[in-house]
Design a protein around this ligand. Sequence first.
Ligand SMILES: Cc1cc2nc3c(=O)[nH]c(=O)nc-3n(C[C@H](O)[C@H](O)[C@H](O)COP(=O)(O)O)c2cc1C
Ligand SMILES: C=C(O[C@@H]1CC(C(=O)O)=C[C@@H](OP(=O)(O)O)[C@H]1O)C(=O)O
Length: 366
Amino acid sequence: MSGNTFGKLFCVTTFGESHGPALGCIVDGCPPGLEISAEEIQLELDRRKPGTSRYTTQRREADEVKILSGVFEGKTTGTPIGLLIENTDQRSKDYANIAEQIRPAHADYTYWAKYGLRDYRGGGRSSARETAMRVAAGAIAKKWLKQQLGIEVRGYLSQLGPIKVEKLDWSQVSENPFFCPDADKVPEMEEYMQALIKEGDSIGARISVHASGVPAGLGEPIFDRLDADLAHALMSINAVKGVEIGAGFASVEQKGTEHRDEITVEGFQSNNAGGVLGGISSGQELIAHIALKPTSSLRIPGRSLDINGNPIEVVTTGRHDPCVGIRATPIAEAMMALVLMDHVLRQRGQNGDVAFGLRIPAGDAG
Ligand SMILES: Cc1cc2nc3c(=O)[nH]c(=O)nc-3n(C[C@H](O)[C@H](O)[C@H](O)COP(=O)(O)O)c2cc1C
Ligand SMILES: C=C(O[C@@H]1CC(C(=O)O)=C[C@@H](OP(=O)(O)O)[C@H]1O)C(=O)O
């Protein structure tokens, strides 16, 4: 298997390269009867697409999605859903000069080592352009989760380089190109990015994703723990170098009395667990964070080798995101939604829709 499919009962396979004619995916396992339209999927794709602000890659793609199969008279039929997006603004000639060069920190070297050839036009298959299809599939999962269980998956930019976001106002997230939930931080981010773009350098970022309305009991106890599947899904996004669930690495400095989420009749009093205990959802908000590395394609010269091992100085042309994290929020949301839908279907398959045992309120902590 070539590792292009994600999920067990709800599976997504993607195909396509950044500069090929099109990108596509097959979404398999979606139950019949879900009302879904290309327009609804488009709304999610428009949140991710390139070229929408001066702080992202200037490649202009409409990312217009076509539904090829699996939907009849506006409803899913239960058969594979085929989705397609045509590439329209490739400008592959911009990459001719790096066809035989290895960009440090991109996938050029490892694709060459594994396959002995690579599509150098843009990042080829390794370009995050592929994530458009994950967002399209995620739109289906989001709609189904909301309709079936009232689950809502939302994300935001929680840090851009040195700028940390402390305030979480969900109404602000869609009001700025950064997905920043604190309006007061936006001017600082703009100023930071303008200086960075002038320099020609790039920067890392942190994205946080929450799912509300997740019932207790989703997940598996051992290998396919909900948190393990979530970490897998989020780590599979290009440029992700770290995943945290709940308190994550801050747990290292916590004492047990601080970390344990105490329970009263009102519910959980905190959410350090991030909504998962023993690999199974606790009914609290499911919370994850990801660290994205700075973009590797830079116009500032850097030392490297060509594919024959000769020392070179790489200068990358083409159109690139100065901070890939700025566009990663819808992708992280999509991956969380895909995991949740898969686990809801698995729970129903094994246990029916029955809620067993005590239900503890999520509490104010989420
Ligand atoms: C939304 C998004 C946009 C990206 N844009 C670029 C880009 O414009 N240029 C680039 O070199 N890398 C970009 N990347 C990162 C590369 O896709 C990634 O570094 C590459 O696939 C190598 O994989 P790795 O970083 O996960 O090891 C982007 C990643 C994401 C998630
Ligand atoms: C086109 C998109 O972003 C691209 C992600 C990307 C990369 O290396 O990941 C590199 C750039 O494109 P190319 O593949 O042409 O080098 C970005 O513009 C997109 O997200 O739709």
